[in-house]
Design a protein around this ligand. Structure first.
Ligand SMILES: [Fe+2]
Length: 246
């Protein structure tokens, strides 16, 4: 069997303008640095940043994220999270060669990059533009991965479930119709996996601070920063798991 395409999903870095700034009591820069050797060891072919790259939407945070990650993989993409400034980050990541607001074809797979952010609201929503991207991906007739920041279902943690994707039913129906194999999201700062309607829904935990699962309020997880990996074979076979800095 031919070599698979290795994709890293990197989420919720929450970097701040000040490189010494703290997020939930820890340095998000140091967390990302701790995880970097484990991510590099995967020798990824592509990486997708799934939002909340910055806690504060600052240029400084985006530029440090790019500096830290640009050498990790030859193909790169990014989608925004609710803490990001979507238009501002678009310009900075566009200049650095990150794919955005499109469907990319990597390793014989379609990878749809959906923007689920709505202004001044931590919960998510998908506009007709995003549903059109999903349709565009389906017309490629390739095994497909869909990324968005917000979870389309509750993960069992009320502190974040109140800010999930609004009105997720049409989305779940749309991804269940075609060749979508998996939907990857961030936002929840914990590992989550659920199979529904023939599609696997998977979170990437945060590279910053995670919470223990199934908690009413954010409860720091002492097991450290994490990311998710995917291996994608051209015949549609795939596998996924979580990388931890330990
Ligand atoms: Fe978020």
């Amino acid at each position: 069997m031919t070599k698979p395409f290795t994709l890293l999903q990197i989420s919720d870095c929450h970097l701040l303008a000040d490189p010494k700034g703290r997020y939930r009591g820890q340095s998000p820069d140091e967390c990302l640095q701790r995880l970097s050797p484990a991510m590099a060891a995967f020798k990824p072919d592509g990486l997708v940043l799934t939002g909340d790259v910055a806690e504060d939407g600052s240029s400084e945070a985006y530029e440090r994220a790019i500096d830290a990650l640009i050498g990790l993989a030859p193909k790169r993409a990014v989608i925004p999270g609710n803490h990001d400034d979507p238009d501002h980050m678009f310009d900075i990541f566009d200049a650095a060669g990150f794919a955005q607001r499109q469907v990319v074809t990597w390793g014989g797979w379609a990878v749809a990059l959906l923007d689920s952010v709505q202004p001044n609201d931590p919960a998510g929503a998908l506009s007709p533009t995003e549903y059109q991207l999903l349709e565009d991906a389906q017309t490629l007739a390739l095994p497909t991965l869909v990324f968005l920041h917000h979870p389309p279902m509750a993960v069992g943690s009320p502190w974040i479930d109140r800010y999930a994707l609004n009105a997720p039913e049409p989305f779940i129906e749309a991804v269940g119709l075609g060749q979508v194999q998996a939907v990857g999201f961030g936002h929840v700062h914990q590992v989550f996996s659920e199979h529904r309607g023939g599609v696997q829904y998977l979170s990437a935990p945060a590279t910053s601070v995670n919470s223990q699962p199934d908690r009413d309020s954010f409860t720091p997880d002492p097991t450290g920063p994490k990311a998710r990996w995917y291996r994608l074979w051209r015949n549609g076979r795939w596998a996924s798991g979580v990388i931890s800095a330990g």
